[in-house]
Design a protein around this ligand. Structure first.
Ligand SMILES: [Zn+2]
Ligand SMILES: [Zn+2]
Length: 168
């Protein structure tokens, strides 16, 4: 996992430090499905800025996830641009002024990056915005085979049900 040692930074107020680093990304579980980051290690820019009362962290990178489309289960590719910011007060007496990603003078870049990707995910991951999904009657992919079923179609499931009704 990627982390960044803050102790070696000797920044004075107003100074900043820029660092290019490689961030490892995990497999994301979302809506019961797995989404793989491709690649699973992406270049990121970390900027540490020392303010008078604390330190500001910004992290920028772009993740690309591969996984099943919510509607048709076909392959979906999702680009997730991240531009995140965290603040750590110098003398934190308030939880809101600390970041959970700084522990013992180390910035846990991977944990931060993972959480930012999760927050940035859309409600539904689709192969394309207008994905037609699967036919609710026969289960075929409506993107490949657009079709409709005439009402009261000869669906075998209904026929079986009707047969049961007639028997009863
Ligand atoms: Zn789809
Ligand atoms: Zn159908």
């Amino acid at each position: 996992m990627t982390s960044f040692e803050l102790r070696r930074l000797k920044l004075r107020p107003g100074e900043e430090h820029r660092e290019e680093l490689q961030v490892e990304l995990p497999v994301f579980e979302f809506g019961g499905q797995r989404y793989l980051p491709v690649p699973d290690e992406v270049p990121a820019e970390l900027v540490v800025t020392r303010a008078v009362t604390g330190t500001v962290f910004t992290l920028r990178f772009a993740a690309r996830l591969h996984g099943p489309c919510y509607r048709c289960l076909g392959d979906a590719v999702l680009d997730v641009p991240i531009d995140a910011r965290e603040y750590q007060a110098q003398t934190p007496d308030d939880e809101e002024l600390t970041t959970p990603y700084v522990v013992a003078d180390r910035l846990d870049v991977s944990a931060w990056a993972r959480d930012m990707v999760v927050i940035a995910l859309p409600e539904k991951i689709l192969c394309r915005p207008d994905c037609a999904g699967l036919c609710p009657v026969c289960g075929k992919n409506l993107n490949d085979e657009p079709h409709e079923h005439p009402e009261e179609s000869a669906d075998p499931r209904w026929e079986a049900l009707n047969a049961l009704r007639e028997r009863g």
